[in-house]
Ligand binder design. Structure first.
Ligand code: DP6
Length: 337
C-alpha cells in the first residue's frame, strides 16, 4: 500500500468544552475557530504481517514516543472499525507538528484529527457514500474531544444545540453563516510559559462531575453558543468580544473553584489581559483574548487591523516569551505521499 499522509490544524475554542461523559461526549456545546499555521502532519504505512503480535511503530518528529504510542494503540483497539488493521497489518505511523513542542498549544486536537482521518481512509469502514468529514470528526472525538472540531472551518459547532437541528454530541459541524467581519480572524498566541501542563485536560474535565457550579456553567455555555451563532452571522464585534472573554474567564473560574482547585493563569497572563483591556479602551479596536487550559493568551482580531495589533504585540514584548501568529483556516486533507 502507498504511504498516505494527513494534515490537519489545531483549533481554539471560543465557547469552551469543559466537562464530559461517556467517551468524550460533551456536557455542553462548544464553538471553535479552526487555525491554519499550527497543524500536525501524520503519515501511515501498512505492511503485511504473519505473526499475531501487535506490530505498531509510532514516531513523533523522528523519535519513537511510547506514551503517545500507547494512547494511539488503545484508541485503535477500542474502535471495532479500526481493530482489524492491528490484527492484520504491521503499522508504521510518523507524525510531526508545525509548531514548537514547547509552545503549549494543545497538540492532541490536530494529532487525533490526522490519526482518525488516516485510519478511516485505510480501513474498510470508509464507505464513500457517507460524509467523510463527519465520520472523521466522529472518530477523532473518540480520541480527544476537541479534535472533532479540526475538519472544516473557520468556525465549528460541536454538541447538541436545540436551535440547530444538524448539531450533534457525536461530531462537529461547520457554522454556515459567518459575516465577513469574522472570516479572516487572526490568532496571535502569546506564549507566557512553555512548560507542559500541570493538570491534564482529562483531570480537568472530571472535576466538573461534582462541581458546585456545574449546572450553571453548562447552561451558560449553551446560551453563549446560541448568542455566538447569531453574533457570527450579524458581524457584531462587541458581542463577539464579550462572549469570548467571558467564556475564557469562566473556564478558568471552573478550575479555580473545583474541589481540587488549581490555577493555570500566571502573573504574565493577567498582566497581558490588563494590557489588552487598556489597549482596547484607548483605541476602540476590536481585539479580544481567549485562553485554553493553560497560561498562554490567544489574541483574536480581524485581518484588517493586523498592522496596528502587531505593533501593540511588539510594544508589550517583555510580557511573553515568544509569539506564534496564526489565523482562521478551513481544515485539512488526506493525500498520497
Ligand atoms: C480547555 O479535547 O483536550 O481546550 O477530550 O479529554 O482529550 P479530551 O480533552 P480536550 O479538552 C479541551 C479543553 C479546552 C476547551 C476546548 O477546546 O473546547
Amino acid at each position: 500500500m502507498k504511504k498516505i499522509t494527513a494534515k490537519y490544524p489545531s483549533n481554539i475554542a471560543l465557547i469552551k468544552y469543559w466537562g464530559k461523559y461517556g467517551i468524550q461526549l460533551p456536557m455542553n456545546p462548544s464553538i471553535s475557530l479552526t487555525l491554519s499555521e499550527a497543524y500536525t502532519e501524520t503519515s501511515i504505512e501498512l505492511f503485511e504481517k504473519k505473526s499475531k503480535e501487535i506490530e505498531f511503530n509510532y514516531f513523533f518528529e523522528g523519535k519513537s514516543n511510547s506514551k503517545f504510542s500507547d494512547r494511539v494503540i488503545n484508541y485503535i483497539k477500542n474502535q471495532e472499525e479500526f481493530r482489524p488493521l492491528l490484527d492484520n497489518y504491521s503499522l508504521k505511523i510518523e507524525s510531526k507538528n508545525s509548531f514548537p513542542h514547547s509552545a503549549g498549544i494543545a497538540s492532541s486536537a490536530s494529532a487525533f484529527a490526522t490519526i482518525a482521518a488516516l485510519l478511516l481512509k485505510v480501513s474498510s469502514t470508509n464507505d464513500q457514500s457517507l460524509d467523510f468529514k463527519k465520520k472523521a470528526s466522529h472518530f477523532a472525538r473518540l480520541g480527544s474531544g476537541s479534535a472533532c472540531r479540526s475538519f472544516q472551518g473557520p468556525y465549528m459547532l460541536w454538541g447538541k444545540l436545540d436551535d440547530v437541528s444538524e448539531s450533534s454530541n457525536e461530531y462537529a459541524i461547520q457554522v454556515n453563516e459567518v459575516h465577513p467581519n469574522f472570516q479572516k480572524m487572526q490568532d496571535a498566541i502569546l506564549i507566557v510559559e512553555d512548560e507542559p501542563k500541570k493538570v491534564s485536560s482529562s483531570v480537568g474535565h472530571s472535576l466538573m462531575n461534582n462541581h458546585p457550579y456545574a449546572s450553571a456553567r453548562f447552561k451558560d455555555a449553551n446560551k453563549h453558543c446560541i448568542e455566538m451563532l447569531s453574533t457570527l452571522k450579524s458581524g457584531d464585534f462587541d458581542s463577539f468580544i464579550s462572549i469570548t472573554e467571558r467564556e475564557a474567564l469562566s473556564l478558568h473560574s471552573m478550575m479555580m473553584t473545583s474541589e481540587d482547585y488549581y490555577m493555570l493563569m500566571k502573573p504574565g497572563t493577567v498582566s497581558i489581559i490588563e494590557k489588552i483591556f487598556a489597549f482596547r479602551n484607548d483605541t476602540k479596536l476590536p481585539i479580544c483574548f481567549t485562553l485554553d487550559a493553560g497560561p498562554n493568551v490567544h489574541l483574536l482580531y480581524p485581518e484588517i487591523i493586523k498592522d496596528k495589533v502587531e505593533k501593540f504585540i511588539n510594544e508589550i514584548k517583555d510580557q511573553y516569551k515568544f509569539v506564534i501568529f496564526d489565523k482562521a483556516g478551513k481544515g485539512g486533507e488526506v493525500f498520497e505521499k
